[in-house]
Ligand binder design. Structure first.
Ligand code: ADP
Length: 722
């Protein structure tokens, strides 16, 4: 081929080829547009020899295949919101078969609160591609949150909206879990902070360890008390830092941490623990250790709490010393009172006794009255002394109960008698009423009962100038059922009464309400009611008062008693004898003449007793102590002179051989003498003496100053024939 030829052909050819290429480009562009716009059902690509290189038929089927296999839920809807198509995922999402979904309106499958969202989605997706959060919900399907993208879809069949929904529930729940975890973490951090602050600001020392007993935490107090900082101590075994010994034995004490870990229980330290500080200083502490456990009870550490008790110890010690001092002062006071009472009683006894003996011997009337007045004054002094002694005993808690069987009516009659006498002298009416439903015999501390009643009766007479005084005794109606029997005693008077305002102070010691406030002046210590209240409380009862000023007062008290079988308590008892008041009508003279051995060391007492007994017609041999009494009873030939005496009156406190020893010796004498009745004379009528006297072999006792009526009764009791 010539070059010219070649050039002309190639130009024409090139032009044709360009034209051809341009046409194919346009064609390809059209095909692409058609594919993009969904106008193509099948694409076939042929080779130069007409063979098929690539074929894409049924594009919609391929497209559906993809749509069905993808993870997202997909659906197409018409612009008015009807569902044209949905994939299996969507059908699964709303738990409804595909054929039942197609044709329904989209908002029917959306949670009610998201329905308006559907309308906006439809409106906007016609213009642009939009994304929304939508919650789908079928009739039987739970609400599922999704993320939906919507875009217009153009196919040969027309335009529709394509929705692709991604299930968010898994994501949201993981997000929730993460959020929850984050919150828990925060709470934990906060609680940790709170605990750390608490432990740091707590007044006690706190050390925590792990399960191996190595220190993990110490608060500031623990660091101060042990002398170790947390930085130094962390990781060390607790016993290296918390070294404790027994204060007394100085032996190293068992490590509480290992004890807690072994037992899994809270362990308290023994008393007398000393903590040895890092610098060797010893501190008295008390402490406890407790396991730190998991919820299942598996221990993973121990917490030790301890405190410095030096200050407490010092305070306790000071308190103990103060208490001891107070107690010893109180004891000294009680002893002094008892002693003083004894010392005063002895000369007082002499005054009372001698004046009693002297009065009938005086012929001149006025002198006799003076001596009687000496006698009366000495008696009231004795009563005051008794009150002070009682009060001291009560204060020292030394009042013991001695319940004995007693005859209620006889005891009350004898108690009331002297007060009734005084009342009648003042021109007052008197009365006593003992309810018939009460038994004759009861068991109780008749001596304490008598003291309370005597106090109330004497007050009633003392504070009443017009009208009368009355004693009423009956069963307590509202009292507890069954045994014991509750009895209410009421002493009512028509006296001056008690002002309302003073009533709260009434039963307190040394309170005398009418002493200084009014012109009325009465004798008294202001102890009587305080003693009465204490005695009633001691016997398990209650005491109170109802009163109107100028009208009168009713003092009452209730007490429990044990009933005694009728017949069993008949006859006279020691209890009755104790509560018996003075009857002073020459009672000694009423006895048949007796031969009496009197042992009494006090010369004045000996003299007046001997005189009184002899004046009453008895024969008396008076000796100065127990030894002389024994000599008087021993026969010269080693036998006994029992026949010489009917009775022994024995003072208790005597030099050389006291009354108790002497009585024991008498009981050891041969023959008759051992059975001679012995009555104790005692200036010290303490509670519980009666039992001591009986044990020594005494038959009875009379307290000094001797009341002749009482002595006569006691003689009659120990010698029934007298
Ligand atoms: P006192 O030894 O002074 O009588 P009490 O303790 O027996 O001491 O009585 C305290 C005070 O209570 C009396 O001083 C008196 O003011 C008042 N009081 C006691 N009994 C009566 C009563 N029956 N009527 C009026 N006042 C009474």
């Amino acid at each position: 081929m010539s070059p010219e030829n070649k050039d002309s052909r190639s130009r024409a050819q090139l032009l044709a080829e360009i034209e051809d290429l341009q046409a194919r480009l346009t064609e390809a562009e059209d095909a692409l547009r058609a594919i993009r716009e969904g106008d193509v059902d099948a694409i076939v690509v042929s080779g130069s020899r007409g063979e098929q290189v690539f074929s894409l038929t049924g594009a919609e089927q391929v497209y559906r295949l993809i749509v069905e296999t993808m993870r997202e839920a997909a659906l197409t809807i018409s612009f008015d919101g009807r569902i044209l198509f949905c994939n299996r995922q969507f059908s699964h999402l709303v738990r409804n078969p595909q054929e039942q979904i197609v044709g329904r309106r989209l908002e029917e499958l959306v949670a009610p609160e998201d329905r308006r969202e559907v309308a906006s989605l439809l409106a906007r997706s016609q213009v642009v591609t939009v994304t929304r959060r939508l919650v789908f919900q079928g009739a039987e399907a739970p609400a599922v949150p999704t993320h939906v993208s919507a875009a217009v879809l153009r196919t040969s069949e027309g335009e529709s909206i394509c929705l692709v929904a991604t299930d968010l529930s898994e994501m949201e729940s993981s997000a929730k879990i993460i959020q929850q975890l984050r919150r828990q973490q925060e709470a934990l951090r906060e609680s940790e902070h709170r605990w750390a602050t608490t432990l740091a600001s707590i007044g006690d020392a706190v050390i925590a360890s792990d399960a191996a007993g190595r220190i993990t935490f110490m608060n500031a107090v623990a660091q101060e008390l042990t002398g170790w900082t947390l930085a130094e101590a962390a990781g060390k075994p607790v016993r290296a830092v918390f070294r404790i010994i027994n204060e007394h034995t100085r032996a190293e004490m068992a490590d509480p941490v290992s004890r807690v870990l072994e037992t899994g229980r809270i362990v308290g330290l023994a008393n007398h623990t000393l903590l040895i500080r890092k610098d060797g200083v010893e501190l008295a502490i008390d402490d406890s250790g407790a396991p730190i456990q998991t919820e299942d009870g598996i221990p993973f550490g121990v917490v030790l709490v301890f405190r410095d008790i030096r200050e407490r110890r010092q305070a306790e010690e000071a308190l103990r010393r103060a208490k001891e001092a107070a107690e010893s002062a109180n004891r000294a006071k009680s002893e002094f009172l008892a002693h003083m009472s004894h010392e005063i009683r002895t000369p007082l006894s002499a005054i009372i006794g001698l004046s009693e003996v002297l009065a009938p011997r005086i012929r001149e009337e006025q002198s006799r009255q003076f001596v009687s007045m000496i006698h009366e004054s000495a008696r009231s002094m004795l009563a005051l002394l008794g009150e002070i002694l009682d009060f001291a005993r009560i204060e020292a808690g030394k009042v013991e109960l001695h319940p004995v069987p007693f005859d209620l009516r006889r005891t009350l009659e004898r108690l009331v008698e002297p007060h009734a006498l005084l009342a009648r002298q003042k021109g007052l009416a008197t009365g006593m009423e003992v309810s018939e439903e009460l038994p004759d015999h009861l068991e109780g501390d008749v001596e304490l009962l008598s003291r309370v009643l005597q106090n109330l009766l004497s007050n009633a007479v003392k504070y009443t100038d017009r009208g009368g005084v009355r004693l009423q005794v009956r069963r307590q109606e509202e009292g507890p059922e069954g045994r014991p029997l509750w009895i209410r005693f009421e002493v009512a008077d028509t006296g001056i009464g008690i002002p309302n305002a003073s009533r709260p102070r009434l039963f307190q010691s040394f309170e005398r309400l009418h002493g200084t406030l009014t012109r009325i002046h009465h004798e008294g210590t202001g102890l009587g009611l305080a003693i009465a209240r204490q005695l009633v409380v001691r016997m398990g009862g209650e005491i109170g008062v109802e009163s109107e000023e100028g009208v009168g007062s009713t003092f009452w008290f209730t007490l429990p008693f044990e009933p005694v079988r009728e017949g069993a308590g008949a006859g006279e008892t020691a209890g009755e004898a104790a509560g018996r008041p003075a009857v002073a009508h020459q009672p000694l003279a009423a006895l048949p003449p007796l031969r009496i051995l009197l042992a009494e060391d006090n010369r004045v007492n000996r003299l007046f007793l001997q005189t009184a007994l002899e004046d009453a017609g008895h024969r008396v041999a008076a000796v100065e102590d127990g030894r002389q009494a024994l000599e008087a009873l021993r026969a010269p030939a080693g036998g006994s002179k029992a026949g010489a005496f009917d009775l022994v009156l024995m003072d208790i406190q005597m030099p050389r051989l006291d009354g108790l020893e002497a009585t024991r010796a008498i009981r050891a004498l041969p023959g008759e003498a051992a059975r001679l009745p012995v009555i104790a004379l005692t200036a010290f009528a303490a509670q519980g003496d009666a039992r001591r006297f009986r044990q020594a072999g005494l038959d009875g006792y009379v307290s000094k100053p001797v009341d002749f009526g009482r002595l006569a009764e006691e003689i009659r009791r120990v010698r029934p024939g007298s």
